[in-house]
Design a binder for this molecule. Structure first.
Ligand code: AMP
Length: 279
């Protein structure tokens, strides 16, 4: 049975009883519209903790685009059924007012790693993420938190925040889960038209080919430029970025000199796709 909890007071009581019997609590923060990517985090949390809390909160503070917030898919009944099947102990789904009551005035802002890439194209996004994640860590009192590498920069930002603020939680990154054709699973994929959905895997395919070429010694800038051109020519919309960065710290890289990550954000129809791979 997955218990649905909507207030932090009730959650705190529940967690306190677990902790009194020495249990390790894991949390999986999400915005709902759950898919296999989310469920892989829940499975990992089950393996690595005694009790699992999945949070569903579509956090207005991290949306820099009102339309994206309004169109964000929501289906709590379906989500709950999936969580029941996976054996999550608690679904914590607070309302906006529970998270941001009147008078709320604090923002958690991580500089450095949150500034390029998503930070540059979605102003305020990572402040929203860092703030809500700090709150969710405080509300759940979890010892481990599970995040997807699908949002590589987000993992980096959260790790930095936890270290800087001495939050007593361990961040566990989990691999990106993909559709059979390679498209990274995302709640926003349901907004792709059938034509766009057929095109979408091209992003990952071209990224992989570019990564292979760079590993074989091809020049970074030229290889990325060619990959962007090929993806655009296939019918994608505007580019936000396709870059090679250091895997840790996301510093710019002009040649492959340490573990690297290739990160992309590109528009396809109404949807902004992001992806990233190891190089
Ligand atoms: P979201 O609901 O999009 O905020 O995502 C909640 C968590 O699930 C985040 O840690 C994401 O990185 C993770 N996640 C989303 N999609 C995937 C995926 N395809 N594979 C692995 N993790 C994912």
């Amino acid at each position: 049975m997955t218990q649905v909890i909507r207030t932090s007071a009730e959650l705190r009581e529940k967690v306190a009883t677990w902790k009194r019997s020495g249990m390790l609590v894991g949390v999986v923060p999400t915005m709902g519209a759950l898919h296999d990517g989310h469920m892989s985090l829940v499975r990992e949390a089950r393996k690595q903790s005694d009790r699992v809390i999945v949070t569903i909160f579509v956090n207005p503070m991290q949306f820099n685009n009102k339309d994206d917030l309004a169109k964000y898919p929501r289906n709590e009944d379906h989500d709950l059924a999936l969580l029941e099947a996976e054996g999550a102990d608690v679904l914590f789904a607070p309302g906006v007012h529970e998270v941001y009551p009147d008078g709320f005035a604090t923002v958690v802002s991580v500089s450095g790693v949150s500034e390029p890439l998503e930070g540059a194209f979605r102003p305020g996004h990572f402040e929203g993420v860092a703030t809500v994640v700090s709150k969710l860590f405080g509300m759940t009192q979890a010892g481990r938190a599970f995040f997807g590498e699908k949002d590589w920069q987000q993992v980096q930002v959260v790790k930095r925040m936890v270290e800087d603020l001495n939050v007593p939680i361990r961040i566990i990154p989990c691999p990106t889960i993909r559709e059979e054709d390679g498209l990274a699973m995302s709640s926003r994929n349901v907004r792709l038209t059938p034509e766009e959905r057929a095109l979408a895997p091209k992003l990952y395919a071209e990224m992989q080919a570019a990564a292979e070429a760079i590993r074989a010694g091809a020049p970074v800038a030229e290889t990325l430029a060619a990959a962007k051109a090929a993806i655009s020519a296939a019918g994608f919309g505007d580019w936000d970025y396709l870059e090679l960065r250091t895997a840790d710290g996301l510093r710019p890289m002009t040649e492959l000199s340490e573990p690297a990550r290739m990160l992309a954000a590109v528009h396809l129809g109404d949807v902004r796709l992001i992806d990233n791979i190891a190089v």
